[in-house]
Design a protein around this ligand. Structure first.
Ligand code: NAP
Ligand code: MG
Length: 402
């Protein structure tokens, strides 16, 4: 059989631990037999990041910017324990943070639904995609303790002119916090969300608390509305999708009542919390994909979970693992599909869709990894737990038959 040809290389970012093992197996068993894979390879595994003093991460992000589409394996974000474990020169920064800073993107998380794994909210028949603004607010805030006295917020402009706001006149001990965001970052966030919704032909909802935070959240609301009216309204109407702005309280109620099938744009903190809620409600973190979309249309696909360390240590001891590779497979299919779309390679996009179908139908036929067996309920189908490799073999068999 002739393998599918590619035009532009995918930027391939390898990673760590169990997901690095899965990465290699996915390529060997599910992609290379069918696709004449063209990638520009960057090893973001922790040893190589340490050896290159993390320059490999920036190089990978710049390649992503140049070629447009990347697929990334989960990577370790080192903490103190990791510095010792890997004998690192430094506690290198989160690769995802570095890539995000280069691409200035928004992260979209979407669950992969299979028949047999019912969400905890059973009316959620379609995916809910969370778009989390990944800059500023409490994640770049300064905070501190206060005692008796006045807390003030002072802004000094370029010319030295000062403006002071009173935060609180403390009569007793307390705490204060000051946070910020930038118009540029909010604009990028808005455009990424509108582009993603158009790409997926899904309605978009954006929520803040602008009734309380009239200026701060009000600015988010204004920017989204302005960009929508000026740049996207016609496109949305043509695509038959809607944009809705609403209060976060109302958004939560709508999400719980609704059947899914919506992109929910959230401010940084809301997105952090809500993405965990949504991921849990849909069943397993291992069934959640993640894509970083930049405002100028650069895409980076990955699984939402980490490197699955506990399973890796079992693997190192020679014990059998049953690690779910589905989100990592979907990172590959997402990237291949997008590459196919951008390069006009129908057969590449078709192949990616087939691989997704083969993966889902493998689970629906009762073959799955251990994280899903306890969740799976389908008449006439008894779930069977397979090993990491056993599951990938079952998907490969299904794929060949499609
Ligand atoms: P994790 O790797 O997502 O794993 C947490 C737990 O969730 C696992 O121990 C496992 O539970 C379950 N799980 C996650 N993915 C699974 C899968 N594919 N199949 C089956 N079970 C799965 O998170 P973590 O343990 O907090 O972090 C481990 C490392 O990953 C850290 O070094 C962190 O820095 C890194 N990380 C990277 C990314 C990224 O690159 N995007 C994201 C998050 C974390 P059981 O052990 O109960 O089976
Ligand atoms: Mg969180």
């Amino acid at each position: 059989m002739e393998r599918i040809k590619m035009k532009t290389p995918l930027v391939e970012m390898d990673g760590d631990e169990m997901t690095r093992i899965i990465w290699k197996l996915i390529k060997e068993k599910l992609i290379l037999p069918f696709v004449d894979l063209k990638t520009e390879y960057y090893d973001l595994g922790l040893p190589e990041r340490d050896r290159t003093e993390d320059s490999v991460t920036t190089a990978a992000a710049l390649a992503n910017k140049k070629y447009g589409v990347a697929v990334k394996c989960a990577t370790i974000t080192p903490n103190r324990a990791r510095v010792e474990e890997y004998n690192l020169k430094e506690m290198w920064k989160s690769p995802n943070g570095t890539i995000r800073a280069v691409l200035d993107g928004t992260v979209f998380r979407a669950p992969i639904l299979v028949d047999g794994v019912t969400p905890y909210i059973p009316s959620w028949k379609k995916p809910i995609v969370i778009a989390r603004h990944a800059y500023g607010d409490i994640y770049k805030a300064v905070d501190g303790k206060a005692g008796k006295g006045v807390a003030e917020l002072k802004f000094t402009d370029e010319k030295g002119k000062e403006k002071t706001l009173t935060v609180f006149d403390f009569k007793e001990d307390g705490v204060v916090l000051a946070m910020h965001n930038t118009v540029k970052s909010i604009e990028s966030f808005a455009r990424s969300c509108f582009n993603y919704a158009l790409d997926k032909k899904m309605p978009l909802m954006f929520s803040t608390k602008d009734t309380i935070s009239k200026i701060y959240d009000g600015e988010f609301k204004r920017i989204f509305n302005e960009i929508y009216e000026n740049e996207y309204k016609e496109k949305f109407e043509k695509a038959g999708i809607e944009y809705l702005y609403t209060l976060i309280d109302d958004a939560v109620a709508r999400i719980v009542r609704g059947g899914g099938g919506i992109v929910w744009a959230c401010k940084n903190y809301d997105g952090d919390v809500m993405s965990d809620m949504v991921a849990t409600a849909y069943g397993s973190l291992a069934m959640m994909t993640s894509v970083l979309v930049s405002p100028d249309g650069v895409y980076e696909y990955e699984a939402a979970h980490g490197t699955v360390t506990r399973h890796y240590y079992k693997y190192l001891k020679g014990e059998e693992t049953s690690t779910n590779p589905v989100a990592t497979i979907f990172a590959w299919t997402g990237a291949l599909k997008k590459r196919g779309e951008l390069d006009g390679l129908k057969d590449l996009s078709c192949f990616a869709e087939k691989l997704e179908k083969a993966t889902i139908s493998t689970i629906e036929s009762g073959k799955m990894t251990g994280d899903l067996t306890g969740l799976f309920k389908k008449d006439g189908v008894t779930p069977v737990k397979l090993s990491t490799e056993g599951f990938l073999d079952a998907v490969a068999e299904n794929l060949k038959a499609l």
